[in-house]
Design a protein around this ligand. Structure first.
Ligand SMILES: *[C@@H]1O[C@H](CO)[C@@H](O)[C@H](O)[C@H]1NC(C)=O
Ligand SMILES: *[C@@H]1O[C@H](CO)[C@@H](O)[C@H](O)[C@H]1NC(C)=O
Ligand SMILES: *[C@@H]1O[C@H](CO)[C@@H](O)[C@H](O)[C@H]1NC(C)=O
Ligand SMILES: *[C@@H]1O[C@H](CO)[C@@H](O)[C@H](O)[C@H]1NC(C)=O
Length: 839
């Protein structure tokens, strides 16, 4: 979809000469177009990411579709070609005085997105580097930009006229709406900028643009007459906005929970947050425009402050079902029934206001989830059809080309069945509306399959893998490399997107990266050589010289174990450590703790990797290990310590309790805490595993610039605001709500600092209670224990990070590799023994 702002091709005279020369040399390129302003943002990306020697390496050209025949009839979207510029042309260009430098690599594409993937192709295949969440090796790039190799990756074919690839789906999308709560909440513009660069390289061309929408909502409700005080029970704290937007929950509870400040302060904090997020959103939208990534803008979702009912007493305004056992005042969200004429009126006005405030940014895509984890207001086919028909018509009234984007997740609820879904979607079809459904977990919860490909709507195939941004090593490698193609074979006209809908990032990078390559294979014969891709991934990640046979073997084993889950498990497992202590802790199923993989193999792989990393470090001659290598060492050591060793020591603790052996309870209890503290020391050494780093991000977000025209009143309590932000961060990864309710520990993290300040005290209490029970010759009392834990946890919610000894902000100052070495020495034999006993 074309955006509203002008994307017309502008010729830049300085590059004309170069283009003409390039066209002469690359005979296969009959229709090389002129460079244009549209490609400028890609040069900006190159300058941000790559060393100077690469800044003038690339000639990016947007070309007409006729210029590059697609590699197969189906791979016709976003076609790119990457080729070497012949040296003669380079010499001529030099003579033409192009700043003394001339591009040596030509990247042509039919869209901006194609060019981005073309650049990634070059970086991966020619330069053997990659931008990932955990790092990159751009500092190790050769001084002389390498030429494009002749060999084709999967086929091994020799290519002489440039590498040509195209996508078989028009859309590649990224994130689901809750990622904006679990992962992005406190990101500043710099972090967003890096992620947007990552998106371009990975071919993402559709992104829910969810940041800051409360600014539009607030303006909108104000214009309807809603009073300031009425927002207090409506808008949520920063980390919970995704669920408030979907009508799952509302309001915030920091003041109520911590007793810090006043209710009025809290409303002021929320307003300031909204003002800063709006400023951030403007930058994101401008960059999306530059990158030609389609934004999916929020629509009027129907959820309103309670007070709206007083303003429109005649309208059909109801309360939605309760969600997740939340206290009633924080759920049961008030909404306008879509079939009431008020809905259409508000919806159209909302989009108009959003367009006005967005200052030139336009999109035809609107996100609207009416029933995510909610019970629909009616069940008959006629009624459901009427609702969706009205909504679709409403969107089209606001924008005749509107595409209703929704997450298919609502159909997972037992409140729905395929007959209802069919009727609901038929309403859109009757309104001749366009829609696009993100099937969030198409591999493990294939809604597309159980609901006949969404009954004719366009949809996308995607993977989550990490609900609540959980961290376990996890993937379904065997399945994901065939399932999207099966889905396409079944619904070739309507499977129009592939995406990554992870709820958090910084884990299992190969799996997510691989998923984003699926669109670029021929869907009729994908023939992905996954083992070879993994080998190359490790070479790019660690550097070819560090990707030794031992390292490759380690990853081969991991790809056949942790990344190839063949059970019904839908997401990475949690560790015992992050769950409330209990006698029995081995729970299979949803975010359970059961380990499905062969521990012996995984421990062996860790052993190989740790040994290699330590040896590499010793031989490094001052050359630092790549960040991703260190990340992997920390991540695998985390998994071994917390998912193999910790559970086993827990088992010994319970055995000692069962034997009524106080001395052993004490001794094994000490061991358990030692494992926890060792893990904490390791994780605290790395910013991506550090609770302190997360809290810092939260507190620092208090300094974000505000939307234009907004000023800070002299009375604004900045310290209070920082604590409010910290409290939101603390609450999300622990209670996830106003009390220790049904979502407690849903967003838990194996993070340094969280282990030491939150989990360890729980375990200390548990061990003490076991001991006491034996001494008093009675059974351990789980309820009494819970009451004690509750007190501890409640106090923790209100604490300020950094106040206590050892509470570091980003890293505890240890080099992660040194801690890995210590822990490998200490635990390698024990872990292997435990694994052998467990398997
Ligand atoms: C911009 O994106 C739209 C939607 O994906 C696409 O149709 C169009 O061709 C793109 N234009 C460029 C120059 O990339
Ligand atoms: C919605 O809930 C609020 C708060 O519990 C209540 O006051 C109101 O009457 C409810 N509205 C409807 C329409 O049930
Ligand atoms: C939530 O709202 C519904 C619909 O108005 C109402 O019937 C129900 O009683 C409310 N739930 C509770 C627990 O108050
Ligand atoms: C686990 O892996 C080890 C080492 O590869 C192997 O010897 C053992 O048979 C495996 N165990 C199971 C239950 O598959």
């Amino acid at each position: 979809m074309a955006k509203g702002n002008s994307r017309s091709i502008r010729w830049s005279s300085s590059s004309l000469a170069l283009v003409a020369l390039t066209a002469v040399v690359l005979l296969h390129s009959s229709a090389t177009a002129a460079p244009n302003a549209a490609t400028q943002p890609l040069y900006g990306l190159v300058e941000r990411l790559l060393p100077k020697a690469y800044h003038s390496t690339f000639d990016f050209q947007i070309v007409p579709e006729s210029a590059i025949p697609p590699p197969s009839p189906k791979n016709k979207y976003d076609v790119y070609r990457v080729s070497n510029v012949a040296p003669a042309a380079a010499a001529d260009a030099h003579a033409s005085g192009n700043g003394g430098r001339q591009p040596t690599i030509l990247i042509e594409g039919t869209t901006f997105s194609a060019l981005g993937v073309g650049l990634k192709f070059y970086l991966e295949q020619a330069a053997q580097v990659e931008l990932t969440w955990s790092g990159n090796r751009f500092n190790e790039l050769p001084a002389q930009p390498p030429r494009v190799p002749d060999l084709e990756l999967d086929s091994g074919n020799v290519v002489t006229t440039g590498h040509v690839h195209g996508s078989f789906v028009p859309w590649r999308y990224y994130t689901n709406v809750v990622t904006f709560g679990y992962q992005f909440t406190f990101w500043d513009w710099n972090r967003w900028e890096r992620e947007l660069d990552w998106m371009v390289l990975n071919g993402i061309n559709q992104l829910p643009a969810m940041v800051g929408q409360e600014y539009v909502q607030r303006e909108f409700f104000r214009s309807l007459g809603v009073k300031e005080a009425d927002f207090a029970s409506f808008f949520s704290g920063p980390t919970y906005q995704p669920w408030q937007r979907m009508g799952n929950m509302q309001g915030s509870w920091t003041y109520e929970l911590t007793g810090v400040g006043t209710a009025a302060d809290e409303l002021a904090y929320k307003n300031r947050w909204i003002d800063s997020q709006w400023a951030l959103q403007q930058k994101i939208l401008a960059r999306l425009d530059g990158f030609n990534i389609t934004s999916v803008l929020p629509a009027f979702q129907g959820f309103v402050p309670r007070a709206l009912k007083n303003l429109y007493p005649q309208a059909d305004i109801r309360n939605s079902s309760t969600w997740s056992a939340f206290p009633i005042e924080h759920t049961n969200v008030t909404y306008v029934e879509p079939t009431d004429p008020l809905f259409a009126k508000l919806s159209v006005e909302y989009i108009k206001l959003q367009d006005k405030l967005n200052n030139g940014h336009r999109s035809h895509h609107y996100l609207l989830d009416l029933y995510n984890e909610l019970i629909p207001s009616c069940v008959t086919e006629a009624c459901l059809k009427a609702i969706s028909k009205t909504v679709s018509q409403t969107l089209q009234t606001a924008n005749k080309d509107a595409v209703w984007v929704m997450q298919g997740w609502f159909l997972v609820s037992p409140a729905w069945n395929p007959t209802m879904a069919k009727a609901y979607f038929a309403g859109i079809q009757e309104a001749a509306g366009q829609a696009f459904v993100y099937d969030l977990a198409s591999d493990s919860v294939p809604v597309w399959e159980t609901n006949s490909g969404f009954f004719g709507l366009d949809f996308g195939w995607s993977v989550i893998n990490n609900y609540g941004a959980s961290q376990g090593l996890f993937g379904k490698l065997s399945e994901i490399q065939v399932l999207p193609y099966q889905a396409y074979a079944k619904y070739p006209n309507t499977l129009r997107g592939i995406g990554v809908t992870a709820e958090g990032i910084n884990n299992n990078e190969f799996i997510y990266g691989l998923t984003l390559t699926f669109p670029w294979a021929n869907p009729d014969q994908p023939a992905l050589n996954v083992p070879k891709r993994l080998e190359q991934f490790i070479q790019r990640r660690y550097g070819p010289s560090r990707a030794t046979p031992q390292v490759q073997q380690a990853w081969k084993i991991l790809s056949e174990t942790v990344w190839d889950c063949q059970t019904k498990q839908e997401t990475g497992s949690k560790s015992f450590i992050e769950k409330p202590p209990a006698l029995e802790m081995n729970k299979p199923g949803w975010l359970g703790t059961a380990i499905w993989y062969n521990k012996t193999s995984v421990v062996y792989a860790w052993d190989l990797l740790a040994k290699s990393g330590i040896a590499e470090r010793n031989a490094a001659h001052g050359r630092p290990l790549p960040k991703s290598y260190i990340f992997d060492l920390v991540d695998t050591t985390r998994e071994i310590l917390l998912s193999t060793v910790f559970p086993s020591v827990h088992g010994s603790l319970i055995a000692a309790y069962n034997r009524q052996d106080v001395a052993q309870i004490r001794a094994v209890g000490r061991q358990l805490l030692e494992v926890a503290n060792d893990a904490d020391r390791l994780l605290s050494s790395h910013p991506l595993f550090s609770f302190g780093a997360f809290v810092k991000e939260a507190r620092d977000s208090s300094n974000f610039p505000l939307a234009t025209g907004v000023t800070t009143p002299a009375t604004f309590n900045r310290n209070g605001f920082r604590q409010f932000l910290e409290s939101n961060a603390r609450n999300l990864v622990t209670w996830w709500g106003p009390d220790s309710g049904s979502l407690a520990d849903y967003g838990s993290k194996q993070w340094g600092g969280l282990i030491s300040s939150y989990y360890v005290p729980r375990w200390q209490l548990f061990i003490a209670q076991l001991e006491l029970a034996v001494q008093e010759k009675r059974d351990f009392d789980p309820e009494a224990f819970s009451a004690l834990v509750l007190k501890q946890e409640t106090a923790w919610q209100a604490q300020k990070w950094g106040d206590k000894n050892g509470e570091s902000w980003a890293s505890n100052g240890f080099a992660s590799i040194d801690v890995v070495r210590q822990l490998w020495v200490k635990y390698a034999a024990l872990a292997a023994k435990i694994a052998a006993a467990d398997d």
